[in-house]
Write a protein that binds this ligand. Structure first.
Ligand SMILES: [Zn+2]
Length: 301
């Protein structure tokens, strides 16, 4: 079975004149209506749970920021509305029911249609539309449930600087990212960032240049580490790499995306795998991309 997370609560993080709009998760949910998915309950992350990946100082600050008059985090990229903290707690926390269902064995694959996105959020600083790092918390929940070694694959067109930072000196979580060079967040994501201390060798960036083609992208996935003996695969599924997106110059087609999903599923083998929504702002391209992903999750063996 394929698990699925969605709830209208994810539309309550209001962003105004911004590309990361509530409608993103609505259009995805509509296109997935007829798929036989196992809908899982939400979970709101507690502050103690958020402290697994974020500093107490940052979490406590976000909790009361809106009522203290703060309207964005770091800069206007990351909007804070009245319900943003609560919604962000649900987006990060709802990765837990997926892990629990995987541990029980009722699902082996999942798609999480959540927002705000997460991969730019560092341990002590939200940014780039991201408040809490959903996939990083999912990795810690997974480890708590006995999935000791976690493989994170990030195909969003932007580098997941937050995920990299959180696990940079950790040899139990491998972070692999493909992304467009010279795009946000600009100062991270180069090939020579390989991790440090015990985490040395457990971080791998494969940036690409302008107008990346399907072939070029797929070839980078030959570099997924075959030696890393993971127990679970978590995917930062950012669909802003598609050719109809305005936020990058990447030229990925729906056929290319389908091949990418298959390549990642082949890599995961018989281990559980979950796709967590990150970017993707062209609503029709986003809906079709999510549909392709879920169709492959259901049918690719
Ligand atoms: Zn992105």
């Amino acid at each position: 079975m394929v698990g699925y997370i969605y709830d209208p609560i994810f539309t309550l993080h209001e962003t105004g004149e911004h590309i990361e709009v509530p409608q993103r998760v609505v259009v995805i949910n509509e296109v997935l209506q007829n798929f036989p998915l196992q809908r899982l309950p939400l979970h709101k992350a507690s502050k103690e749970e958020l402290y697994k990946v974020h500093t107490k100082r940052y979490v406590d600050w976000v909790e009361t920021a809106y009522e203290n008059g703060v309207r964005f985090i770091l800069n206007s990229d990351t909007v804070l509305s009245e319900k943003s903290y609560e919604v962000a707690c649900y987006a990060a926390g709802s990765t837990l029911p997926v892990i629990e269902a995987m541990r029980e064995g009722s699902i082996s694959r999942a798609f999480l249609n959540v927002r705000p996105p997460g991969h730019h959020a560092e341990s002590g600083q939200g940014q780039g539309f991201c408040i809490f790092n959903n996939i990083a918390l999912m990795a810690r929940y997974a480890q708590d449930a006995g999935f000791e070694k976690v493989m994170i694959i990030d195909f969003d067109v932007h580098h997941g600087n937050g995920t990299q930072e959180i696990f940079y000196s950790d040899d139990t979580v491998f972070y692999f990212s493909t992304h467009e060079r010279d795009n946000y967040p600009y100062f991270t994501g180069s090939e020579d960032e390989r991790g440090e201390g015990r985490g040395k060798g457990f971080n791998l960036n494969r940036p690409y240049g302008a107008e990346c083609s399907d072939e070029e992208l797929l070839k980078l996935y030959d570099d997924l580490p075959e030696w890393f003996d993971f127990d679970i695969v978590l995917v930062s599924a950012g669909y802003d790499l598609m050719k109809d997106e305005m936020i990058s110059t990447a030229q990925i087609t729906f056929e290319g995306l389908e091949k990418l999903i298959e390549k990642i599923l082949r890599y995961a083998g018989d281990k559980p795998i979950a796709f967590v929504l990150e970017g993707g702002y062209n609503l029709s391209s986003l809906a079709r991309s999510a549909e392709i992903t879920v169709e492959r999750l259901l049918n690719f063996r």
